[in-house]
Design a protein around this ligand. Structure first.
Ligand SMILES: C[S@@+](CC[C@H](N)C(=O)[O-])C[C@H]1O[C@@H](n2cnc3c(N)ncnc32)[C@H](O)[C@@H]1O
Length: 298
């Protein structure tokens, strides 16, 4: 596999991990988080960075790919479509879209330069560079003049965007009339239950946002998420929670296959190992995981 860009020295990297994971209150941008995480991917096969869709998947590689397929099916991806992938990681899902959905033209945009560089190298090696281009930039400032995409996906990335609402507006601007959008996204769980349970949910989301560069404006409810889509002009909006097909499957797999943690940076393994002493509903109680789909009129 090709190497990513010049990396910081081992001790600088360890120091950055210590600060990020263990120093209370440390806040980093999403770009810096993913630069630091580098190629410590969730999947063994490829460099997927999503939690996976575990409806039938037996392992993390299938689950990551199934999450990509879920979005592709949600936008009814086909060979004639021009696709924008916002927050494309290392481009694994874009290669899958070409292989399995025969899409002819994919543009991935990503704020993390090392992911874009390595992603483009891998795409070239796979002989897909005539069909896929990854560009460095923000999903909230899309470098396109006007409508040109038939489909837009954001695979576990929009909660990072500053803000998700700005992305809805800018994506709408570059979508052709009738184009479809689908997001696999995370929002806070509804803070219900006992006082303690509400407290755990609120502080869990706060901790997650702080560690992963998530703007406060993205702490949406189902209602505010839908309102933002409506305000941006979308129609045929559907929001559905898929948390039952995400967190439990990932958690059981990590318990059963602890070697998955060996792919993480050594300093990041400990907190994940600790979560395995608890059940998934407790560990992930602060989050909801949703599939959002909508369409531009036309
Ligand atoms: C959890 S990873 C998911 C990556 C990929 N979709 C996958 O499934 O492997 C989130 C991605 O969003 C990207 N990202 C975060 N903020 C962004 C922004 N404002 N614009 C574009 N990409 C962004 C990160 O660099 C990272 O690649």
């Amino acid at each position: 596999m090709p190497q990513a860009m010049q990396r910081p020295s081992r001790w600088k990297e360890n120091l950055a991990y210590l600060k990020w994971f263990y120093w209370p209150g440390t806040r980093m941008s999403a770009r810096d988080v993913y630069e630091l995480v580098d190629t410590h991917a969730f999947s063994a096969d490829g460099l997927y960075m999503n939690l996976g869709y575990w409806k039938t998947a037996p392992d993390i590689d299938t689950a990551c790919r199934d999450m990509a397929r879920l979005l592709a099916d949600a936008v009814k991806l086909g060979p004639d479509d021009s696709l924008l992938d916002a927050g494309c990681g290392f481009g694994d899902q874009d290669m899958l879209f070409c292989d399995e959905y025969n899409v002819g033209n994919v543009v991935g945009i990503n704020i993390t330069p090392s992911q874009v560089n390595l992603g483009n190298e891998r795409i070239r090696e796979a002989g897909l560079d005539q069909r896929i281009t990854l560009i460095e930039g923000s999903a909230t400032e899309l470098p396109f003049d006007g409508p040109q995409f038939d489909a837009v996906v954001a695979l576990e990335s929009a909660f990072h965007f500053c803000s998700r609402e700005d992305f809805f507006v800018d994506a709408f601007r570059v979508m052709n009339p009738g184009a479809r959008i689908a997001l696999a996204d995370m929002i806070p769980a509804v803070p219900e239950g006992s006082w303690f349970s509400r407290y755990m949910k609120r502080s869990g989301w706060k901790f997650f946002s702080q560690k992963y560069g998530i703007p406060e404006a993205n702490a949406d409810t189902f209602d505010s998420y839908r309102e933002k889509l409506v305000k941006a002009g979308y129609i045929d909006i559907e929001l559905v929670s898929i948390r039952a097909q995400v967190f439990r499957g990932l958690h059981s797999y990590m318990k059963a296959q602890p070697e998955m943690l060996a792919r993480f940076h050594p300093l990041a393994r400990f907190p994940y190992k600790m979560t395995l002493f608890f059940d998934a509903d407790k560990v992930y109680q602060a989050y909801d995981y949703i599939l959002a789909t909508a369409r531009k009129p036309g």
